[in-house]
Design a binder for this molecule. Structure first.
Ligand code: LCS
Length: 392
Protein backbone atom coordinates (compact mmCIF):
# COMPACT_ATOMS: atom_id res chain seq x y z
CA UNK A 1 0.00 0.00 0.00
CA UNK A 2 2.71 2.43 1.10
CA UNK A 3 4.49 2.21 -2.27
CA UNK A 4 1.39 3.55 -4.05
CA UNK A 5 1.64 6.89 -2.27
CA UNK A 6 3.03 9.81 -4.20
CA UNK A 7 6.49 11.11 -3.32
CA UNK A 8 5.04 14.20 -1.61
CA UNK A 9 3.35 11.80 0.83
CA UNK A 10 6.31 9.41 1.07
CA UNK A 11 8.70 12.18 2.21
CA UNK A 12 6.49 12.47 5.29
CA UNK A 13 5.37 8.89 5.94
CA UNK A 14 7.74 6.39 4.32
CA UNK A 15 9.95 4.42 6.67
CA UNK A 16 8.02 5.38 9.80
CA UNK A 17 7.22 2.59 12.23
CA UNK A 18 4.80 3.28 15.09
CA UNK A 19 6.63 3.42 18.38
CA UNK A 20 5.48 2.07 21.74
CA UNK A 21 4.99 5.58 23.20
CA UNK A 22 2.60 6.61 20.45
CA UNK A 23 4.73 9.67 19.67
CA UNK A 24 3.82 11.11 16.27
CA UNK A 25 7.44 11.95 15.58
CA UNK A 26 9.84 9.04 15.94
CA UNK A 27 11.87 9.45 19.12
CA UNK A 28 15.59 10.03 18.63
CA UNK A 29 17.54 6.94 19.67
CA UNK A 30 20.71 8.65 20.86
CA UNK A 31 22.54 5.58 22.13
CA UNK A 32 25.94 4.25 21.07
CA UNK A 33 25.26 0.70 22.20
CA UNK A 34 22.38 -1.73 22.80
CA UNK A 35 21.96 -4.06 25.77
CA UNK A 36 21.62 -7.81 25.16
CA UNK A 37 19.21 -9.88 27.30
CA UNK A 38 22.00 -12.38 27.89
CA UNK A 39 25.39 -13.46 26.52
CA UNK A 40 23.80 -15.92 24.10
CA UNK A 41 21.76 -13.15 22.53
CA UNK A 42 24.92 -11.06 22.08
CA UNK A 43 26.61 -13.99 20.41
CA UNK A 44 23.61 -14.56 18.11
CA UNK A 45 23.43 -10.89 17.10
CA UNK A 46 27.11 -10.86 16.20
CA UNK A 47 26.86 -14.10 14.22
CA UNK A 48 23.80 -12.78 12.40
CA UNK A 49 21.61 -15.63 13.69
CA UNK A 50 19.35 -13.09 15.40
CA UNK A 51 18.37 -9.71 13.98
CA UNK A 52 18.68 -6.70 16.30
CA UNK A 53 20.82 -3.74 17.14
CA UNK A 54 24.35 -4.15 18.54
CA UNK A 55 26.28 -0.89 18.33
CA UNK A 56 25.41 2.32 16.46
CA UNK A 57 28.31 2.04 13.99
CA UNK A 58 26.58 -1.14 12.79
CA UNK A 59 23.03 0.19 12.85
CA UNK A 60 20.64 2.37 14.85
CA UNK A 61 16.82 2.70 14.83
CA UNK A 62 16.80 6.43 13.95
CA UNK A 63 19.36 6.00 11.19
CA UNK A 64 17.43 2.96 9.94
CA UNK A 65 14.25 5.06 9.61
CA UNK A 66 16.12 7.53 7.40
CA UNK A 67 17.51 4.65 5.34
CA UNK A 68 14.04 3.11 4.85
CA UNK A 69 12.61 6.49 3.81
CA UNK A 70 15.40 7.24 1.34
CA UNK A 71 15.16 3.74 -0.16
CA UNK A 72 11.45 4.32 -0.82
CA UNK A 73 12.06 7.79 -2.29
CA UNK A 74 14.78 6.59 -4.67
CA UNK A 75 12.88 3.38 -5.55
CA UNK A 76 15.76 1.33 -4.13
CA UNK A 77 15.75 -1.96 -2.22
CA UNK A 78 17.88 -0.43 0.54
CA UNK A 79 19.97 2.54 1.63
CA UNK A 80 23.00 3.26 3.82
CA UNK A 81 23.31 6.57 5.66
CA UNK A 82 26.83 8.00 5.92
CA UNK A 83 28.58 10.73 7.89
CA UNK A 84 28.96 13.02 4.85
CA UNK A 85 28.33 13.12 1.13
CA UNK A 86 32.00 12.30 0.64
CA UNK A 87 31.57 9.21 2.85
CA UNK A 88 28.70 8.18 0.56
CA UNK A 89 30.80 8.69 -2.59
CA UNK A 90 33.89 7.00 -1.15
CA UNK A 91 31.92 4.08 0.34
CA UNK A 92 30.18 3.40 -2.96
CA UNK A 93 33.51 3.46 -4.81
CA UNK A 94 35.56 1.53 -2.25
CA UNK A 95 32.95 -1.22 -2.00
CA UNK A 96 33.28 -1.85 -5.73
CA UNK A 97 36.93 -1.17 -6.59
CA UNK A 98 40.19 -2.78 -5.58
CA UNK A 99 43.87 -2.54 -6.44
CA UNK A 100 44.37 -2.81 -10.21
CA UNK A 101 40.82 -1.70 -11.05
CA UNK A 102 39.91 1.24 -13.23
CA UNK A 103 37.07 3.75 -13.05
CA UNK A 104 35.63 6.00 -15.77
CA UNK A 105 34.20 9.26 -14.44
CA UNK A 106 32.91 12.58 -15.67
CA UNK A 107 35.68 15.18 -15.79
CA UNK A 108 33.55 17.76 -14.04
CA UNK A 109 32.49 16.62 -10.56
CA UNK A 110 32.45 18.17 -7.09
CA UNK A 111 36.06 19.16 -6.18
CA UNK A 112 36.54 16.63 -3.34
CA UNK A 113 35.09 13.82 -5.46
CA UNK A 114 37.69 14.82 -8.06
CA UNK A 115 40.55 14.68 -5.54
CA UNK A 116 39.24 11.40 -4.08
CA UNK A 117 39.36 9.84 -7.55
CA UNK A 118 42.58 11.41 -8.82
CA UNK A 119 44.65 11.39 -5.58
CA UNK A 120 43.33 9.10 -2.85
CA UNK A 121 42.18 6.13 -4.98
CA UNK A 122 45.45 6.32 -6.92
CA UNK A 123 47.34 5.66 -3.66
CA UNK A 124 45.54 2.32 -3.46
CA UNK A 125 46.30 1.35 -7.06
CA UNK A 126 42.90 2.34 -8.50
CA UNK A 127 43.16 4.32 -11.74
CA UNK A 128 40.65 6.78 -13.19
CA UNK A 129 40.02 8.14 -16.68
CA UNK A 130 38.05 11.38 -16.77
CA UNK A 131 35.93 12.10 -19.85
CA UNK A 132 33.11 14.36 -20.96
CA UNK A 133 29.97 12.32 -20.22
CA UNK A 134 28.10 14.16 -22.99
CA UNK A 135 30.33 12.24 -25.38
CA UNK A 136 29.05 8.65 -25.21
CA UNK A 137 31.76 7.45 -27.61
CA UNK A 138 34.42 8.92 -25.32
CA UNK A 139 32.93 6.97 -22.40
CA UNK A 140 32.95 3.70 -24.38
CA UNK A 141 36.50 4.35 -25.65
CA UNK A 142 37.77 4.93 -22.10
CA UNK A 143 36.58 1.49 -20.93
CA UNK A 144 39.39 -1.06 -20.44
CA UNK A 145 39.36 -4.72 -19.36
CA UNK A 146 40.06 -3.53 -15.79
CA UNK A 147 37.20 -0.97 -15.72
CA UNK A 148 34.63 -1.74 -13.04
CA UNK A 149 32.65 1.46 -12.46
CA UNK A 150 31.13 4.44 -14.32
CA UNK A 151 30.58 7.53 -12.15
CA UNK A 152 28.98 10.92 -12.78
CA UNK A 153 26.86 13.66 -11.28
CA UNK A 154 23.92 15.03 -13.25
CA UNK A 155 23.42 17.96 -13.20
CA UNK A 156 27.14 18.51 -12.70
CA UNK A 157 28.62 20.54 -9.88
CA UNK A 158 29.40 23.36 -10.68
CA UNK A 159 28.23 24.12 -14.23
CA UNK A 160 25.01 22.11 -14.41
CA UNK A 161 25.80 19.98 -17.47
CA UNK A 162 23.16 17.26 -17.73
CA UNK A 163 23.90 13.70 -18.89
CA UNK A 164 21.58 11.12 -20.36
CA UNK A 165 21.04 8.49 -17.66
CA UNK A 166 19.41 5.94 -20.00
CA UNK A 167 22.44 6.08 -22.30
CA UNK A 168 24.95 5.84 -19.42
CA UNK A 169 23.09 2.88 -17.87
CA UNK A 170 23.06 1.15 -21.29
CA UNK A 171 26.85 1.53 -21.68
CA UNK A 172 27.37 0.22 -18.14
CA UNK A 173 25.18 -2.82 -18.79
CA UNK A 174 26.83 -3.57 -22.15
CA UNK A 175 30.27 -3.65 -20.50
CA UNK A 176 29.10 -5.27 -17.21
CA UNK A 177 30.10 -2.21 -15.18
CA UNK A 178 28.51 -0.77 -12.08
CA UNK A 179 27.00 2.69 -12.68
CA UNK A 180 26.95 5.23 -9.85
CA UNK A 181 25.17 8.59 -10.08
CA UNK A 182 25.39 11.46 -7.62
CA UNK A 183 21.83 12.80 -7.39
CA UNK A 184 22.55 15.61 -4.92
CA UNK A 185 21.43 18.50 -7.16
CA UNK A 186 18.08 16.89 -8.00
CA UNK A 187 16.92 14.82 -5.02
CA UNK A 188 14.59 11.87 -5.76
CA UNK A 189 11.69 14.28 -6.09
CA UNK A 190 13.12 15.62 -9.36
CA UNK A 191 15.09 12.63 -10.64
CA UNK A 192 15.29 8.92 -9.83
CA UNK A 193 18.42 7.51 -11.49
CA UNK A 194 17.64 3.88 -10.51
CA UNK A 195 14.49 3.99 -12.64
CA UNK A 196 16.77 4.67 -15.64
CA UNK A 197 18.85 1.55 -14.95
CA UNK A 198 21.60 3.15 -12.84
CA UNK A 199 22.88 0.77 -10.13
CA UNK A 200 23.72 3.05 -7.20
CA UNK A 201 22.66 6.56 -6.22
CA UNK A 202 24.71 8.69 -3.85
CA UNK A 203 23.76 11.97 -2.20
CA UNK A 204 25.24 14.68 -0.13
CA UNK A 205 22.30 14.81 2.31
CA UNK A 206 23.93 17.98 3.62
CA UNK A 207 22.12 19.77 0.79
CA UNK A 208 18.42 19.65 -0.18
CA UNK A 209 17.57 16.41 1.69
CA UNK A 210 18.25 18.03 5.04
CA UNK A 211 17.69 21.50 3.66
CA UNK A 212 18.48 23.56 6.73
CA UNK A 213 22.25 23.91 6.56
CA UNK A 214 22.86 22.36 9.98
CA UNK A 215 24.04 18.81 9.15
CA UNK A 216 26.81 17.12 7.15
CA UNK A 217 25.53 13.77 5.88
CA UNK A 218 25.30 11.38 2.96
CA UNK A 219 23.30 8.43 1.70
CA UNK A 220 23.78 5.59 -0.77
CA UNK A 221 20.73 3.84 -2.31
CA UNK A 222 20.74 0.61 -4.30
CA UNK A 223 20.23 -3.15 -4.19
CA UNK A 224 20.22 -5.17 -0.94
CA UNK A 225 23.46 -6.78 -2.07
CA UNK A 226 25.24 -3.47 -2.69
CA UNK A 227 24.01 -1.83 0.51
CA UNK A 228 24.93 -4.88 2.57
CA UNK A 229 28.45 -4.70 1.12
CA UNK A 230 28.72 -0.96 1.89
CA UNK A 231 27.43 -1.38 5.45
CA UNK A 232 29.13 -4.62 6.43
CA UNK A 233 32.47 -4.13 4.68
CA UNK A 234 33.08 -0.40 4.30
CA UNK A 235 31.09 1.53 6.91
CA UNK A 236 31.71 -1.11 9.61
CA UNK A 237 35.49 -1.05 9.16
CA UNK A 238 36.19 2.47 7.84
CA UNK A 239 33.59 3.97 10.17
CA UNK A 240 32.01 6.77 8.14
CA UNK A 241 28.55 6.37 9.68
CA UNK A 242 25.95 9.04 10.38
CA UNK A 243 25.15 10.20 13.90
CA UNK A 244 21.56 9.34 14.97
CA UNK A 245 20.97 12.97 15.91
CA UNK A 246 21.85 14.09 12.39
CA UNK A 247 19.65 11.31 10.93
CA UNK A 248 16.77 12.64 13.06
CA UNK A 249 17.34 16.20 11.79
CA UNK A 250 17.32 14.96 8.18
CA UNK A 251 14.08 13.05 8.83
CA UNK A 252 12.62 16.34 10.02
CA UNK A 253 14.00 18.20 7.02
CA UNK A 254 12.71 15.62 4.54
CA UNK A 255 9.10 16.23 5.58
CA UNK A 256 9.20 19.59 3.78
CA UNK A 257 11.32 18.47 0.81
CA UNK A 258 8.42 18.58 -1.64
CA UNK A 259 7.37 22.13 -0.74
CA UNK A 260 10.96 23.32 -0.52
CA UNK A 261 11.97 21.87 -3.89
CA UNK A 262 8.94 23.45 -5.56
CA UNK A 263 9.91 26.86 -4.18
CA UNK A 264 13.62 26.40 -5.03
CA UNK A 265 12.66 25.56 -8.64
CA UNK A 266 10.14 28.43 -8.91
CA UNK A 267 12.68 30.94 -7.60
CA UNK A 268 15.59 29.58 -9.66
CA UNK A 269 13.59 29.68 -12.90
CA UNK A 270 12.89 33.36 -12.38
CA UNK A 271 16.46 34.17 -11.36
CA UNK A 272 17.90 32.24 -14.36
CA UNK A 273 15.60 34.11 -16.74
CA UNK A 274 16.59 37.43 -15.17
CA UNK A 275 20.33 36.67 -15.46
CA UNK A 276 19.98 35.39 -19.04
CA UNK A 277 18.63 38.78 -20.12
CA UNK A 278 21.26 40.90 -18.32
CA UNK A 279 23.91 42.48 -20.54
CA UNK A 280 26.72 42.00 -17.98
CA UNK A 281 26.06 38.25 -17.87
CA UNK A 282 27.65 36.41 -20.78
CA UNK A 283 26.35 32.89 -20.10
CA UNK A 284 23.82 31.22 -17.81
CA UNK A 285 23.93 27.49 -17.13
CA UNK A 286 20.57 26.20 -15.94
CA UNK A 287 18.84 23.12 -17.37
CA UNK A 288 15.51 24.93 -17.29
CA UNK A 289 16.61 27.50 -19.88
CA UNK A 290 15.65 26.81 -23.47
CA UNK A 291 18.65 25.56 -25.44
CA UNK A 292 20.69 24.78 -22.30
CA UNK A 293 22.22 21.39 -21.42
CA UNK A 294 19.46 19.12 -20.19
CA UNK A 295 16.53 21.19 -21.42
CA UNK A 296 15.45 18.30 -23.63
CA UNK A 297 15.44 15.94 -20.65
CA UNK A 298 13.12 18.07 -18.51
CA UNK A 299 9.90 16.13 -18.14
CA UNK A 300 11.49 12.77 -18.92
CA UNK A 301 14.69 12.36 -16.90
CA UNK A 302 14.24 15.39 -14.63
CA UNK A 303 10.89 16.78 -13.50
CA UNK A 304 12.26 20.31 -13.12
CA UNK A 305 15.68 22.00 -13.23
CA UNK A 306 16.37 22.42 -9.50
CA UNK A 307 17.67 25.37 -7.49
CA UNK A 308 21.29 25.77 -8.59
CA UNK A 309 22.41 28.15 -11.35
CA UNK A 310 25.87 28.85 -12.72
CA UNK A 311 26.70 31.90 -14.77
CA UNK A 312 29.58 33.87 -16.20
CA UNK A 313 30.16 37.61 -16.01
CA UNK A 314 32.07 39.75 -18.45
CA UNK A 315 35.56 39.87 -16.90
CA UNK A 316 37.64 37.48 -14.77
CA UNK A 317 38.16 36.58 -11.12
CA UNK A 318 38.43 40.21 -10.00
CA UNK A 319 35.05 41.18 -11.48
CA UNK A 320 33.51 38.01 -10.02
CA UNK A 321 34.84 38.85 -6.54
CA UNK A 322 33.67 42.48 -6.81
CA UNK A 323 30.21 41.27 -7.74
CA UNK A 324 30.10 38.76 -4.87
CA UNK A 325 31.26 41.37 -2.38
CA UNK A 326 28.49 43.77 -3.43
CA UNK A 327 25.68 41.27 -2.76
CA UNK A 328 23.78 41.81 0.49
CA UNK A 329 21.22 38.98 0.56
CA UNK A 330 23.19 36.14 -1.07
CA UNK A 331 25.71 34.83 1.47
CA UNK A 332 29.21 34.09 0.17
CA UNK A 333 29.40 30.46 1.18
CA UNK A 334 29.89 27.01 -0.33
CA UNK A 335 27.14 24.36 -0.03
CA UNK A 336 23.69 24.49 -1.59
CA UNK A 337 20.11 23.50 -0.96
CA UNK A 338 19.62 25.67 2.12
CA UNK A 339 16.82 28.14 2.86
CA UNK A 340 19.41 30.93 2.49
CA UNK A 341 20.61 31.88 -1.00
CA UNK A 342 24.35 31.29 -1.39
CA UNK A 343 27.00 32.28 -3.92
CA UNK A 344 30.48 30.89 -4.45
CA UNK A 345 33.34 31.04 -6.96
CA UNK A 346 34.09 27.42 -8.00
CA UNK A 347 37.60 28.05 -9.41
CA UNK A 348 38.90 29.36 -6.05
CA UNK A 349 36.51 27.51 -3.72
CA UNK A 350 34.69 24.19 -4.35
CA UNK A 351 36.86 23.24 -7.34
CA UNK A 352 40.23 24.58 -6.15
CA UNK A 353 41.56 20.98 -6.00
CA UNK A 354 41.61 21.04 -9.82
CA UNK A 355 44.75 22.48 -11.45
CA UNK A 356 44.16 25.52 -13.69
CA UNK A 357 44.51 23.25 -16.74
CA UNK A 358 42.08 20.65 -15.34
CA UNK A 359 39.57 23.39 -14.60
CA UNK A 360 39.78 24.72 -18.15
CA UNK A 361 39.31 21.21 -19.50
CA UNK A 362 36.30 20.69 -17.19
CA UNK A 363 34.73 24.02 -18.25
CA UNK A 364 35.25 25.80 -14.91
CA UNK A 365 36.37 29.31 -15.81
CA UNK A 366 37.67 32.17 -13.66
CA UNK A 367 34.45 34.09 -14.33
CA UNK A 368 32.12 31.22 -13.40
CA UNK A 369 29.90 31.83 -10.37
CA UNK A 370 27.48 29.37 -8.82
CA UNK A 371 24.42 30.34 -6.86
CA UNK A 372 22.13 28.20 -4.79
CA UNK A 373 18.76 29.93 -4.97
CA UNK A 374 17.12 29.82 -1.57
CA UNK A 375 13.59 30.14 -0.30
CA UNK A 376 13.48 33.92 0.13
CA UNK A 377 11.18 36.20 -1.87
CA UNK A 378 12.41 35.99 -5.45
CA UNK A 379 11.82 39.72 -5.88
CA UNK A 380 14.32 40.44 -3.10
CA UNK A 381 16.84 38.03 -4.64
CA UNK A 382 16.57 39.63 -8.08
CA UNK A 383 16.82 43.12 -6.56
CA UNK A 384 20.04 42.08 -4.78
CA UNK A 385 21.52 40.68 -8.01
CA UNK A 386 20.47 43.81 -9.92
CA UNK A 387 22.14 46.14 -7.40
CA UNK A 388 25.41 44.16 -7.42
CA UNK A 389 25.42 43.91 -11.23
CA UNK A 390 24.92 47.66 -11.49
CA UNK A 391 28.01 48.17 -9.29
CA UNK A 392 30.49 46.23 -11.47
N1 LCS B 1 28.45 15.35 -4.12
C1 LCS B 1 28.12 16.58 -4.57
C2 LCS B 1 27.43 16.71 -5.89
C3 LCS B 1 28.40 17.69 -3.81
O1 LCS B 1 28.03 18.90 -4.26
C4 LCS B 1 29.07 17.52 -2.56
C5 LCS B 1 29.41 18.69 -1.72
C6 LCS B 1 29.40 16.23 -2.15
C7 LCS B 1 29.07 15.16 -2.95
C8 LCS B 1 30.07 15.99 -0.83
O2 LCS B 1 29.14 16.17 0.18
P1 LCS B 1 29.51 16.55 1.70
O3 LCS B 1 30.57 15.60 2.13
O4 LCS B 1 29.98 17.95 1.69
O5 LCS B 1 28.21 16.34 2.41
N2 LCS B 1 29.30 19.92 -2.35
C9 LCS B 1 29.63 21.09 -1.87
C10 LCS B 1 29.54 22.28 -2.58
O6 LCS B 1 29.24 22.39 -3.78
N3 LCS B 1 29.86 23.27 -1.80
O7 LCS B 1 30.22 22.84 -0.54
C11 LCS B 1 30.09 21.39 -0.50
Amino acid sequence: MQNKWRLATQVIHAGHINNSSGALVSPLCQSATFVFDNAEQGQDRFSGEQAGYIYTRLGNPTTAELERKMAVLEGAEAAAATGSGMAAVSSALLANLQQGDHLVASKAVYGCTFSLMTSQLLRFGIAVTLVDFNDLTAISNAIKPTTKVLFCETPVNPHLDVFDLDAIAAIAKLHHLLSIVDNTFMTPLLQQPLSHGIDLVVHSATKYLNGHGDVIAGIVCGSHEQIEKIKCEILKDLGGVLSPHDAWLILRGLKTLDVRITRHCDNAEQVANYLAKHDKVTQVYYPGLKGGSGYGLIGSQMKRAGGVIAFELKGGRETSFTFMNRLRLFAIAVSLGDAESLIQHPASMTHSAYSAQERTSAGIGENLLRISVGLESVDDLIADLATALALI
